[in-house]
Design a protein around this ligand. Structure first.
Ligand SMILES: [Zn+2]
Length: 116
């Protein structure tokens, strides 16, 4: 069995000078990016080291939508629905999940900036 600590490391097979096959373990790969609300795995966010991320273009690092790289699609759609229902008055602030409120206020600040 492979050493459990090295299970998620990058594995490279090399031939040693004596002819033996050796497995070299590199740095551990970072864990997948997770949603800030539900903790689910974020899609389309690469699992790379800081230097590996630097090699990518900005648009390759996260989805190009609102809260891309922060919230998963399900949580984003919930936040957007709650923002619309709050602004139309069919929902009150007390009825909204309090963990969603910071994201709803971020959307409001964006709307205010656009109106200017
Ligand atoms: Zn989520």
């Amino acid at each position: 069995m492979v050493n459990p600590a090295k299970r998620h490391s990058k594995k490279v097979t090399r031939r040693s000078p004596s002819g033996k096959r050796v497995v070299l373990y590199g740095a551990k790969k970072p864990s997948a990016a997770s949603c800030a609300l539900c903790g689910g795995k974020l899609q389309a966010v690469p699992r790379r080291s800081a230097s590996g991320m630097r090699a990518l273009a900005k648009t390759e690092k996260r989805p190009q939508r609102i809260f891309g790289g922060v919230l998963c699609f399900g949580c984003t759609s919930k936040v957007l629905k709650e923002r619309a229902r709050l602004s139309s008055g069919s929902l009150t602030r007390a009825e909204v999940d309090f963990t969603h409120l910071p994201y709803i206020s971020m959307l409001r600040n964006q709307d205010a900036a656009k109106a200017k």
